[in-house]
Design a protein. Structure first.
Length: 449
């Protein structure tokens, strides 16, 4: 062993910290993982896992409504969500991590110096340290916000049963996903977004189609609406919003605040070691390395995209670099993600607007409706749109897919981008019939010159 207690200390056991720790022990390093709560982080306990469980249950009920009128026991629904979350956690339990060779301490870590942390009153040293402390729900400074018992993703999944009505403040991925799922479970939902559209960073044409779908399912979608005041009136929450210069009041039993995330930069004593950071994140290079060479940072505390899969990839990249700097690759900027509405919205690279701003007229846009897929038609899931954007050489610079299994279809696009292949080459692959993948095959054939 080196003069330090460990080769690597990882602070935070979310996706970034878990992947970094596993990568470290796979390289034969002595790794300590420190976590203040339980392994899994935001994703397992209050994010990806419980939300996808809820979305899946809601989708089943939505499908059942086509044939019958189901009685929805929301207490049972929430119990099921927590049981499924517990099952998912088994794959990252303390016992399993220890079986992989990772040392684990439950406690809150603070920096003492560049090689030392304090946890549970004990100083522990390491040659390298990774910060992966994640993020928490951002709470806006709307007058009255602290006088009401609002929900965030951090306490929502602990509800015993669902409210009859809900205001969702924020039209990002979390707000939109939960709005649809809860509406399908019988909750009257009003979705309030200050921007002119929900998911405003996504492709405008795609978002307009998704918005129409949400409204057709009974969700009240208020865009261009700014929350000005919140107050509790008897057993209801009243949110005053300003829209088109006029005030209106939205009323519901509960309010879910889903306005993005705030990095957990405080309380770990970063000021003691002089880590360079902004108000929103720690500054790192392309290898996730901070201005202090033996300290790296990954995940939500770095960004730019706060996704579990990005945190995991950053964690692995950081460890490879710290122990093998000559052969390690920089962190990719080829991001992809999925918003798990029904239908799903999957995206990689530029939107049409972004591509036009970068390339001008030197882009080619290929798009088709899901109704071109026999599989989508016979399953009654033909609402959807595929849009692939290529440069003048036919290489993919962006893609947005709204439709059934969009996240899975995007994987083929990502492979084409990774191997720098022109889009038309995808048409040379013979896809099984009838599958949703045929949508991509037929569209890529349009790109053949």
């Amino acid at each position: 062993m080196s003069k330090h207690d460990y080769d690597l200390i990882v602070i935070g056991a979310g996706a970034g910290g878990l992947n970094a720790s596993l990568e470290g022990v796979s390289l034969g390093k002595n790794v300590l993982l420190v976590e203040k709560f339980q392994p899994g982080g935001e994703c397992t306990w209050t994010g990806c896992i419980p939300s996808k469980a809820l979305i899946h249950i809601a989708d089943n009920i939505h499908t059942a409504k086509k044939f019958t009128t189901p009685q929805i026991d929301t207490k049972n629904v929430m119990n099921q969500v927590r049981q499924l979350r517990k099952k998912a956690h088994e794959g990252e339990s303390v016992e399993l991590l220890q079986a992989h060779g990772i040392k684990y301490i439950n406690g809150f870590a603070t920096f003492v110096d560049n090689n030392t942390i304090e946890v549970n009153g004990e100083n522990i040293t390491a040659t390298n340290i990774i910060i992966s402390t994640g993020s928490r729900a951002f709470i806006p400074s709307i007058p009255g916000i602290n006088t009401v018992d609002y929900l965030t993703n951090e306490n929502f999944f602990e509800l015993n049963e669902l409210p009859k009505s809900l205001i969702v403040l924020g039209g990002g991925a979390i707000g939109v996903e939960l709005s649809q799922a809860l509406s399908r479970l019988g909750v009257s939902v009003t979705l309030v977004e200050m921007a002119e559209s929900i998911l405003y960073k996504e492709d405008k044409e795609i978002v307009e189609l998704l918005t129409d779908i949400l409204r057709s399912e009974g969700i009240s979608v208020l865009t261009g609406a700014k929350g000005n005041e919140v107050k509790q009136v008897n057993n209801l929450i009243e949110l005053t919003v300003e829209k088109n210069g006029k005030q209106e009041i939205v009323v519901a039993e509960k309010m879910l605040v889903a306005l993005g995330r705030k990095a957990n930069l405080e309380n770990i004593k970063l000021e003691r070691i002089g880590i360079k950071k902004t108000d929103k994140s720690i500054i790192v290079n392309e290898h996730m390395q901070t201005n202090i060479p033996n300290i790296y940072a990954v995940g939500d505390i770095v960004g730019p995209y706060l996704f579990s899969h990005m945190g995991g990839a950053q964690g692995r990249a950081a460890v490879r670099h710290m122990f093998n700097q000559t052969d390690s690759k920089p962190m990719t900027k080829d991001y992809a993600w999925t918003t798990f509405t029904h239908p799903e919205l999957a995206r990689t690279g530029f939107t049409e607007k972004e591509a036009s701003e970068k390339y001008g007229d030197n882009i080619r846009i290929y798009k088709t409706s899901y109704s071109s897929s026999d599989r989508a038609v016979v399953e009654g899931k033909s609402q959807g749109l595929v849009k692939v954007i290529c440069d003048c050489e036919g290489k993919i610079v962006g893609a947005s897919i709204l439709g059934e299994r969009a996240g899975e279809l995007l994987g083929q696009i990502q492979l084409m981008k990774l191997f720098n292949q022109p889009f038309y080459k995808l048409g040379e692959a013979i896809q099984p019939y009838p599958t949703y993948s045929e949508v991509l095959t037929s569209l890529s054939q349009d790109a053949h010159e």
